[in-house]
Design a protein around this ligand. Structure first.
Ligand SMILES: [Zn+2]
Length: 267
């Protein structure tokens, strides 16, 4: 039997990384409405810690166009406990939880001991492989260590979005060779960010996502202000300028890439 995925409106971009839970509760609905008015067609909300999961899931269940990733950010890795793998497994059974994350390494801030960061990362990735869910990855000042984990045999079948990618061309090439997707944030609009834009020409059409990373990293012309999902429009526009495609084409193919990686969102 052939199963046909529901037709999706990809006429506007999808914000593949927005921390709506970090906005005051009374601003979340407005931020979504503002974004929809500007044509934004979907939202992925990544958790920072497991304690947020119920609140994030409730938000997702109120909105057909909002999905989430559930997991523990490297800043919070010291909170990862022996029972958390099972707790996360049961949370991920929710149809709105389409990925594990955000998880990763951050040796810039080092908010958690590195040993704890590695432990939380590996346990979450193992669970993702077991459940055949993609991971949303945060990586800062830890390229070599991250590639070391990526190369481990246990993660051969991992599917991943390296969000707000700023790791440079060599790192991008290796991640793309593993079949991963890279997320482009407002950094691609910053005048001095040639080192971020340099990966754009090597990104396969369907493995390039756009994201705001709300409430951080607002794109030009909103730089320095709190970021909002509506501004993903600016990022898709800039991407279109860089590649010479139309805005509509960028929205269509990054949207297809989104549903290809985050399969559960297409069900
Ligand atoms: Zn994030």
């Amino acid at each position: 039997m052939i199963s046909v995925a529901p037709a999706r409106d990809l006429s506007g971009p999808i914000d593949s990384h927005c921390h709506l839970q970090s906005l005051p509760p009374d601003e979340r609905e407005r931020a979504l409405d503002d974004a929809r008015e500007r044509g934004v067609r979907g939202f992925l909300v990544p958790a920072i810690r497991l304690a947020e999961a119920d609140e994030i899931l409730a938000l997702c269940h109120r909105h057909p166009d909002v999905w989430c990733a559930l997991g523990v950010h490297p800043h919070d890795a010291a909170s990862w406990q022996p029972g958390d793998r099972e707790r996360l497994r049961s949370l991920l059974a929710d149809p709105k939880a389409v990925a594990v994350g955000e998880c990763g390494l951050d040796f810039y801030y080092d908010h958690a001991p590195r040993e704890a960061q590695f432990r939380a990362l590996r346990e979450q990735w193992e669970l993702a492989v077991e459940l055949d869910l993609p991971v949303v990855v945060h990586n800062r000042d830890s390229n070599e260590e991250m590639l070391g984990v990526v190369r481990e045999e246990a993660f051969r079948d991992l599917r991943a979005d390296f969000h707000s990618f700023a790791g440079g061309r060599a790192m991008a090439e290796e991640l793309l060779a593993h079949g991963f997707s890279l997320g482009l944030s407002g950094m691609i609009t910053f005048p001095k960010a040639d080192n971020v834009r340099e990966v754009i020409p090597i990104l396969p059409a369907d493995r390039c996502l756009v994201e705001t990373d709300t409430p951080y990293l607002a794109p030009i012309p909103y730089r320095g202000k709190p970021n909002r999902p509506a501004y993903v429009v600016e990022i898709a526009r800039r991407l279109a300028e860089e590649t010479g495609e139309s805005y509509a084409e960028v929205c269509r193919r990054t949207g297809e890439g989104f549903f290809r990686l985050f399969r559960k969102a297409a069900e």
